[in-house]
Design a protein around this ligand. Sequence first.
Ligand SMILES: C[S@@+](CC[C@H](N)C(=O)[O-])C[C@H]1O[C@@H](n2cnc3c(N)ncnc32)[C@H](O)[C@@H]1O
Length: 305
Amino acid sequence: MTSSTRSNSIVEVFEQAAASYDRTEVSYFEPFGTALVGCAGIRTGERVLDVGCGRGAVLLPAAAATGPTGHVTGIDLAPTMVKLTADDAARAGLTQVEVRVGDAQQPGFPPHSFDVVLAGMVVFLLPEPDKALRAYARLLRPMGRLVVSTPGAYDPVFVAAMDALAAHLPAEQPPPAPTAGPFDDEQTITATMVAAGLDVAAISEHRVESRFQDVNHWMRWMWSHGGRALLQHLPADRLDAATADAARVLESARAPEGELSLTTVGRITVAVPRSRPARRDADLPDPSHGSAASAAGPSRVDDRK
Ligand SMILES: C[S@@+](CC[C@H](N)C(=O)[O-])C[C@H]1O[C@@H](n2cnc3c(N)ncnc32)[C@H](O)[C@@H]1O
C-alpha cells in the first residue's frame, strides 16, 4: 500500500464516520481538544490553523480563545467533516472561523501565516508525519507554537477488546495497529520535532475517562471514529460473535455505578520554531493547562489523577 492510498483509505473511514464522529455521548475527543487548546496559550486576536479539524473538538475552543478579532482556519480532507463543522461554527455565530477541505500532509498556505498551528489526534495518521511537521514549522511566525496531541496509552481493556474483535477478521486482513509511530514516547516525539526544525517546549500527559452504557454503546462509538477501520473489515456474519467476545472482555471495565469505564492517556506536545527567541514569562501559556516552556529542552507535566 502506498502512502497516498493509506491516506485515502483513512480519510474514507473518517468521511463515513463524520455524521456520528464525537456525537455518541462519549467523552473523548472534546476533553483532549480542550486540553490541547489550553496548552497552546492562544491569545485574543491570534491567527490559528487547525489541521484535521474533524467535528471541531479543537477548532471550537480555539475560536473561543482567539475571539472575534482573531482567525481560525480548520482544514480536513473529509468533505462531510468540513461541511458539518462549518455549519456548527456558523450556527454558533463564529465569524472568525473558516473551515475548508485541505490536506494536513501539505497545507497550502504562505510561510509565517499563523501564530499557532494545532493538530488534534491526527499527525500519526498521516502518510509522512515528519514532512507534515516540517510544513507546519514553515507556517509559524517567529513567536509561534505548534501544539499536537497523540495517543499515549490506551486502556488495557480497550486493547483487549480490540483484539477480541480483530480475532474475527478474515485471515488475509491484517489487524490495524494502534500505534502512534514517531510519537510513541516522549524521547521519540522530541527527536521527531527536532528533525522537523522545532524545539519541544513541553510535553504533558492528559488522562480522559470515557464511559459507555453497554457494549452496544461502545460499538456505536467504535463505528464513529478510526475504530471503524477495523469494524468495516469484519464479515457481516461474524459481527454478532465479535461483539459478544468484546462484551466479555469489557465486563472487566464495569464501574461500580454500572457503566463501562475506559481511560486513555493522551500526550500534548508544544513545539516552537528553532530560531525563536527565548520567551518572556508573560508569553507562557497558563501552567494550569500542563504546559511550561524552555526552548532549550522539554519540560514534562503530568495532569493524570
Ligand atoms: C481522529 S480525527 C481528529 C479530529 C479532531 N482534530 C479532533 O480532535 O477531534 C482525525 C481527523 O483527521 C482527518 N484527516 C485524516 N487525514 C487527513 C489529511 N491528510 N488531511 C486532512 N485531514 C485529515 C480525518 O478526516 C479526521 O477528521
